[in-house]
Design a protein around this ligand. Sequence first.
Ligand code: HMG
Ligand code: MG
Length: 305
Amino acid sequence: MPDRVRITDVSPRDGLQNEPGTIPTAHKARLVRALDASGVDEIEVTSFVSAKWLPQLGDAAELLGMLAATKPPGIVYSALVPNEQGMRAAIEVNERAARRVVDKVAVFTAASETFSKRNTNATIAETLRRFDPVIALARGKGLLVRGYISCAVECPFEGRIAPERVAHVAQALFDMGVDELDLGDTIGAAEPETINLLLHAIASRLGDRLWPMTTLHLHDTFGRAAECVREALQLGVRSFDGAVSGLGGCPYASTPGRRAPGNIDTERLVRVVLESGYSTGVNLDGLARAASVARSLPGMGGGAG
Ligand code: HMG
Ligand code: MG
């Protein structure tokens, strides 16, 4: 029996947050439901962030409320929360629906101070302090916590990031009790060698505890994400993020004249995993249908840059 690899599709969150247009909530729900039917393990549905910072996802509570009636058993829905206010909003969705619609929350920090400031108006240390009440509330409600580290390879403002800096933040998140570390190659700068160095730097602090709790979140700017997936699989990573149709990108990673790049296409990701001899729960026809729903959403600005 080949090792099973977890697949998370982040297109409703990372994909749609970077679209210049506003996509009607009912159409976002259509995308999530198409993903429900594709067999992915997890869908990152939305973010409970400030609508001033990210108007595209200002309908998080409404969207999840809409999905409460149709969420199938077994699938994990996750949502980003930057602080206690976001966490309380996520809990309210579950309480209103009288069921667990949000199973997991994702806190997010960075290995670059400049990026952290631009993305969350806080230093790395300040973001970590904001996570304390989030993690305590999540524990109290039995919700899982994913901890993202953006700019795990390179920052659009600071350039290369030393693996040791990422390892330092990973250790802090681990010590705070996150269930999962998600390493974000925010601008798609990774190569197999940098992934190798990065994972070894973190493993030298966390040891073998790293592999079962690590997810790789690759953007595919230079078409190298697939090679990085292969490298990570060889090292022991068994969980990856992708976005159908290669949507995605953090608006706060965009630089003048250059829009932040899309995530690795989930279909490509699954094919690479299968070709490497691992299994997933995904059915590729279902995923292709979800990708076509993503492409047909009204208000899309023409794909990731
Ligand atoms: P701030 O302005 O410093 O917050 O933003 P504040 O605490 O001073 O509050 C200012 C206003 O925001 C107040 O409203 C708060 O109520 C409101 P006002 O009184 O002015 O009307 N507010 C909120 N509203 C809704 N939900 C909340 C919330 N918190 C405060 N949770 C903050 C700080 C973190 C909120 C802001 O910077 C923010 O929302 N940032 C989010 C940026 C973002 O979502 N970026 C994209 C996700 S990260 C990413 O894409 C990378 C990733 O994909 C991995 C990778 O690729 O590397 C994950
Ligand atoms: Mg991202």
